[in-house]
Design a protein. Structure first.
Length: 206
């Protein structure tokens, strides 16, 4: 399956086969592929919590207003934003300079720019959300290519998710993606707006 096929075949699935399962190796591979998504300065703000334990899924379902797909899907990925990822980036970048991989002057310039942006908590959260969106789409396309179906979700209590998963204040749940096999009763693919309605060249006169 190529990218165009994955994009046009993908459905947001609501009804999952509750008997399907997915192993840790497959979940790990999906995350490895999702990590190829870009992020500002390559800071890599996104963290992934893969939930397959029925008891934990049941708790997440309660915090997602009882949506059955949380427990019926083979796995629940909670995409988490690291709101201080730029601090670890600074450590990595300076270590790369110390090892001779990049010039020290360049490393300090990159660290200075990244810190200037993301020492601001609002900007850090905004970028974490943007990165989670890119990582989430990459994960869904990877899953589609490997024969799974998915559904992205924002219908959950992020604070409750954080408490269930034991997240500290540095991390915030931004998106959930359920992965599994489809059951019967899913709606057909929804129509997109015409490209002519959403595209302009060189100006934004929509």
């Amino acid at each position: 399956m190529n990218v165009a096929e994955a994009l046009t075949a993908r459905l947001s699935i609501n009804n999952f086969d509750a008997s399907a399962s997915i192993d840790a190796a497959e979940l790990t591979e999906l995350v490895r592929l999702a990590q190829e998504a870009p992020s500002s300065f390559n800071i890599q703000f996104t963290r992934f919590v893969a939930v397959t334990d029925p008891e934990v899924k049941a708790k997440l379902k309660a915090a997602a207003w009882g949506q059955p797909k949380i427990t019926d899907a083979a796995a629940v990925f909670v995409l988490v934003g690291d709101l201080k990822a730029h601090e670890a980036y600074a450590v990595r970048t300076r270590a790369a300079a110390a090892a001779g991989f990049i010039p020290t002057e360049l490393a300090e310039r990159l660290v200075g720019m990244a810190s200037g942006f993301y020492n601001n908590p609002a900007m850090a959260r905004e970028e974490a959300a943007r990165s989670a969106g890119l990582s989430g789409m990459a994960l869904m396309l990877a899953a589609e290519d490997r024969g799974w179906v998915t559904c992205p979700m924002i219908g959950f209590d992020a604070k409750a998710f954080g408490e269930i998963l034991g997240l500290t204040e540095q991390y915030t749940a931004l998106m959930t993606i359920v992965v599994g096999k489809p059951a019967v009763g899913n709606m057909p693919r929804k129509a997109r707006l015409a490209t002519a309605d959403v595209l302009r060249f060189n100006a934004g006169n929509f």
